[in-house]
Write a protein that binds this ligand. Structure first.
Ligand SMILES: [Zn+2]
Length: 586
C-alpha cells in the first residue's frame, strides 16, 4: 500500500511457516494455515516440538497483526481515501471475525495438550533464577481465557455491546447552542479555559443543563448493563461481576482488596495535596469559593504556551531531550525518523487523536498524532515515544504474546517518559515557561488520582450491591464525591453532581478498566523519583524492564523497573511528597 508514510520494512525474522507471498486479506488462504496448525498440534510429541508449534502460531499472529496495523495506519493517515477505507473495512469485516473462533480453538488445543506440562519446565533464558518458567504467564493467560468461556454468554455480550452503543449514541448526540452556534460538549471544553469568569460559567451551565436532560436515560441503560453483567458473571460461576471482571482482565497479581487499599491511600495521602492545590488556585484567582467552572483556567490568566512552530522543530527538540536523557533511547527515536515511522502533523484528511502502533513482524513502532503547536503535543510525543521504546526493547522476543505487556506496565513506560522528558523542557522554553508546563503536568497527575478512585470505588460498590435502589446508588456515589471531590462548590447543581459519573464512558463501556492508569502512574512517579537519585541507574532499570515485554508477571516487571507494586500509604507518601515539593518550587 502506497498510502503508508514508510517503505515496506523487512520482517525481523524470516518467516518459516507463513508463505512469504501470501495475501493476508484473503481468508481462504489464512484459514488453511489455521487448519495446518490444528493438525500439527497432535504431532507435537515433546516440549521442543510444542515450542516450535507455538512459534509458528506466533509467526501467524504477528503477520496478521501487522497486516491489520498497516491497514489501520493507512486509513487514519488518509481518511479521505476510499481505497484505504475499503482495505481497512475488508480486514475488519471479512478477516477478523473468521480469525477469532480459530484462535480460540487453538487456545483450547494448547490447554488440553499432553506436552503442556513439559513446556512449563523451560527456564527463561534471560532470568535463569526466575520463580516460574518461560511459558508461565502465557500458559496462565490462555488457560484463564479458555476457562472463562461460556457459549451462553455470547448472546448476552451482544446485548451488552448494543447497550453500550445506545449510550454512545446518546452522548454523541449531546450538543448545545452557544452564541448562535451549535457545539458539541467536547468543543465547549475550551471555554472553561477563558479568563472571563462569567463566560466560563455560562458555558459550563449550558453543558450542565444539557447533561441533565439525559440523566434518566443514562440511568436506565446502566441498570440494564448491571443486570446483564451480573448474569454473565453468574453463568461463568462467579458470585458477582466484580470478581468475574478481575479474572477476565487477567488480574492475577492484585485483587479487589488491593484496589480498596489504593483508594484509602489516595484519600489519606493525596487528598491533602489536592486541597492545597485548590486553595492556591482560589487565592490566585482571587475567589471566595471554587466553582466547577474555575478548574481549567490558567490561574494567572496567561496566554497558552507555544512550544514550537512546526513539527520538524518539535521532533528535533524532542530528539535533543532524549539525547540528554539516554544515548540508547536517543538512538531509538532517531530510528523512528530514519525509517519514517512518524506521522505527527495535524492536516486535513487525518483521523483525530494520537496513538502508537507496532508493526508486529518488522517489530518496529509507529507514532501517529495531530500536533498543532501546543504544550499538550509535547506531552503526547514524550508519552507515545515511551510506548515506542517499549516496542523497540522487545524486538528480540520471538513469542508474539510476550512482545506486548499488560496495560498497567505499558503506561509506566509512557507516563515515566513524560516525567523524565519534562526535566529537559528548556529545550522548548525559557525557564519560567518550562516551569509553568511542569506545574500543569504535575497538578494533572495529582488531580487524576481522586477521580480514578471515584470511578473505581463506585464500580466496586455497584457490582457487589447489584440489587441496589436508585436512592442507595446516589448515596453511595455522593459519599465518594465527599471523600474525593475536594473543595469544589456545586451548590445549585446538586442533581448533576450526583450523576457526574455519567460522563465517564469507561463505567459504561469498559467496566473496571481505569485503575490501571492509577497503578501505572504510581510506577511512573517511582521511576522519576529514582532518577532524581541516580539517573543512569534508573534509566538502566527502566530499559531492562521494558525489554521483558509481557514475559513476566506484573510485580516482576515493576521490580525490574525499580518500582514497588504496592498500594499502601507508605509507598505513596514519598512519591506524592516529591511531586508536592517540586510543585512548590515551580
Ligand atoms: Zn499510553
Amino acid at each position: 500500500m502506497s498510502l503508508l508514510p514508510f517503505e515496506k520494512l523487512p520482517a525481523a525474522k524470516l518467516r518459516t511457516f507463513v508463505p512469504p507471498a501470501i495475501d493476508l486479506g484473503d481468508w481462504s488462504l489464512i484459514g488453511h494455515l489455521f487448519d495446518q496448525l490444528e493438525a500439527r498440534a497432535a504431532q507435537a510429541n515433546s516440549a521442543a516440538e510444542l515450542e516450535r508449534w507455538l512459534l509458528d502460531w506466533s509467526e501467524l499472529n504477528a503477520a496478521l497483526d501487522e497486516e491489520a496495523s498497516r491497514r489501520y495506519i493507512a486509513m487514519t493517515c488518509h481518511t479521505d481515501s476510499a481505497e484505504a477505507e475499503q482495505a481497512y473495512l475488508h480486514f475488519v469485516e471479512q478477516v477478523e471475525p473468521q480469525v477469532k473462533p480459530r484462535q480460540f480453538a487453538l487456545e483450547k488445543t494448547y490447554v488440553a495438550h499432553l506436552r503442556r506440562n513439559a513446556l512449563l519446565n523451560i527456564v527463561p533464558a534471560a532470568i535463569p533464577s526466575a520463580a516460574t518458567g518461560r511459558y508461565a504467564v502465557f500458559d496462565r493467560d490462555l488457560k484463564n481465557h479458555v476457562e472463562l468461556f461460556r457459549p451462553e454468554n455470547i448472546p448476552l455480550e451482544t446485548e451488552e455491546a448494543k447497550l453500550c452503543q445506545r449510550y454512545q449514541k446518546l452522548i454523541g448526540a449531546q450538543t448545545v447552542k452557544f452564541r448562535g452556534e451549535e457545539k458539541t460538549l467536547v468543543q465547549m471544553g475550551r471555554y472553561l479555559e477563558e479568563p472571563d469568569r462569567a463566560l466560563r460559567q455560562e458555558a459550563w451551565e449550558l453543558v450542565a443543563q444539557r447533561r441533565l436532560q439525559d440523566v434518566d436515560q443514562c440511568d436506565e441503560i446502566f441498570d440494564d448493563l448491571i443486570k446483564l453483567r451480573t448474569q454473565i458473571a453468574q453463568n461463568a460461576g462467579f458470585d458477582n461481576y466484580r470478581d468475574y471482571a478481575f479474572r477476565q482482565k487477567g488480574r492475577f497479581d492484585y485483587g479487589p482488596a488491593d484496589c480498596l487499599r489504593f483508594h484509602q491511600s489516595i484519600e489519606a495521602e493525596i487528598m491533602p495535596v489536592v486541597c492545597e492545590i485548590q486553595v492556591a488556585r482560589k487565592r490566585e484567582l482571587e475567589l471566595d469559593t471554587l466553582r466547577p467552572w474555575d478548574l481549567a483556567v490558567d490561574p494567572e490568566n496567561r496566554a497558552p504556551l507555544k512550544p514550537f512552530s512546526d513539527v520538524g522543530e518539535m521532533v528535533a527538540r524532542t530528539q535533543n531531550i532524549f539525547q540528554r536523557l539516554d544515548a540508547g533511547l536517543a538512538a531509538g527515536f532517531q530510528q523512528l525518523q530514519d525509517l519514517k515511522l512518524l506521522d505527527l502533523a495535524n492536516r486535513k484528511g487525518k483521523a483525530p487523536g494520537g496513538y502508537q502502533s507496532t508493526l508486529a513482524e518488522a517489530r518496529v513502532p509507529f507514532i501517529f498524532m495531530n500536533a498543532v503547536g501546543i504544550q499538550r503535543d509535547v506531552e503526547t510525543i514524550l508519552h507515545e515515544a515511551g510506548h515506542a521504546f517499549h516496542a523497540q526493547a522487545t524486538r528480540g522476543e520471538d513469542l508474539y504474546a510476550y512482545r506486548g505487556a499488560p496495560i498497567e506496565f505499558c503506561e509506566v513506560a509512557s507516563m515515566a517518559m513524560e516525567l523524565l522528558g519534562n526535566e529537559f523542557l528548556e529545550e522548548f522554553y525559557p525557564v519560567p515557561e518550562a516551569n509553568r508546563a511542569r506545574k500543569t503536568h504535575l497538578e494533572g497527575i495529582i488531580g487524576f488520582f481522586p477521580w480514578m478512585a471515584v470511578v473505581d470505588a463506585f464500580q466496586h460498590w455497584i457490582y457487589t450491591h447489584a440489587n441496589h435502589s436508585p436512592a442507595e446508588r446516589e448515596a453511595a456515589y455522593l459519599e465518594l464525591m465527599d471523600r474525593f471531590g475536594g473543595e469544589v462548590d456545586w451548590s445549585g447543581w446538586e442533581r448533576l453532581r450526583a450523576h457526574s459519573w455519567h460522563r465517564q464512558l469507561h463505567i459504561f463501556l469498559h467496566p473496571f478498566y481505569y485503575v490501571e492508569y492509577g497503578i501505572a502512574q504510581l510506577g511512573a512517579l517511582e521511576v522519576w523519583a529514582n532518577s532524581r537519585r541516580d539517573r543512569v541507574k534508573s534509566l538502566q532499570a527502566y530499559k531492562t524492564a521494558l525489554a521483558l515485554g509481557g514475559s513476566r508477571p506484573l510485580p516482576e516487571l515493576f521490580h525490574a523497573a525499580g518500582c514497588s507494586f504496592q498500594f499502601d500509604p507508605a509507598t505513596i507518601r514519598p512519591l506524592i511528597q516529591l511531586a508536592g515539593s517540586e510543585l512548590k518550587k515551580l
